[in-house]
Design a binder for this molecule. Structure first.
Ligand SMILES: Nc1ncnc2c1ncn2[C@@H]1O[C@H](COP(=O)(O)OP(=O)(O)OP(=O)(O)O)[C@@H](O)[C@H]1O
Length: 265
């Protein structure tokens, strides 16, 4: 495990290129980014700027056209599927639970798949994670269709954390949640970050979520990371995307949030 402040994710000179029958297009061009241990780094960028593709590449689900990604000091292509599942937890944007499984079966799934522990221990571990994300023991036997949006996110988070990964990737974790559920999820994230010593990389459009949890914000524009810095320094950076995203109609709110969360300054 890298020591405090050391790189958990290093992305160097990354190029991502997609080819369709009609055209070939470059999504990332010479993109560099380092995520250090203990950070909650949020990635913002326009629609189609390649935020989700970047998370999938960190997870090893997609291979970039060029460049290098190292996760916990190791090239991502050497980590393999089982290695990745114990080191990286991922909450997908539309990461629905398996509808035919109970909540507990969903949470236990990655651990059960490994086939290394007896089922009683797998259940116990899943029960611990279920309670850690604020669900009640009786929720364990519910089916996903009987859960609220906030509960689904919590169950999916418990599943992402079942192997105690040091690194957690979140794609739009509060999208689609009502304000109370969103606040609850953000509070949960902060306490898990503290208690589990997690490093978090999160994609989000939601200003409240961004300001409340991010230790740094990385801005994806012009096919690369144009700045990765504290929210205050990001807002002060001159770029049309940053102006539109933080200082357009939402600027007032961004300024209020900077006052509300002075740690972000
Ligand atoms: N497998 C693929 N084949 C072809 N194009 C792809 C593939 N995966 C992603 N893309 C394209 O790459 C671009 C970046 O996609 P990505 O989903 O990462 O964007 P995003 O920044 O997460 O956007 P949004 O905020 O809208 O979710 C998009 O134009 C998308 O259509």
């Amino acid at each position: 495990m890298p020591a405090e402040g050391q790189a958990m994710v290093e992305i160097r000179q990354l190029w991502s290129v997609f080819q369709t029958p009609e055209r070939r297009f470059v999504v990332h061009q010479d993109l560099n980014l380092t995520v250090r241990r203990g950070e909650i780094l949020s990635i913002v960028g326009g629609s189609g700027s390649g935020k989700t593709v970047l998370l999938r590449q960190i997870l090893g689900l997609e291979t970039p056209a060029r460049g290098e990604i190292r996760v916990l000091g190791q090239p991502v292509e050497q980590i393999g599927r089982h290695g990745a599942s114990s080191r990286i937890g991922m909450l997908f944007q539309h990461g629905a639970l398996f509808s035919a499984f109970t909540v507990l079966e969903n949470i236990a799934f990655p651990l059960r798949e490994l086939k290394t522990l007896p089922s009683s221990l797998v259940r116990e571990a899943a029960m611990v994670k279920l309670q850690m994300v604020g669900l009640k023991p009786e929720d364990a036997y519910k089916m996903p269709a009987d859960l609220s949006g906030g509960m689904i996110k919590r169950a999916a988070l418990a599943r992402a954390l079942i192997m105690d990964p040091p690194l957690l990737l979140l794609d739009e974790p509060t999208a689609g949640l009502d304000p109370d559920s969103s606040d609850g999820f953000v509070a949960l994230l902060r306490s898990l970050h503290r208690d589990m010593e997690l490093t978090v990389v999160m994609v989000s459009h939601d200003l409240d979520t961004l300001f409340e949890v991010s230790t740094r914000i990385a801005v994806l524009a012009d096919k690369r990371v144009i700045i990765a810095a504290s929210p205050k320094d990001v807002i002060a950076f001159q770029h049309p995307f940053i102006h539109d995203f933080f200082l357009g109609e939402r600027g007032q709110r961004a300024m209020e949030l900077l006052r509300e969360y002075p740690f972000a300054v």
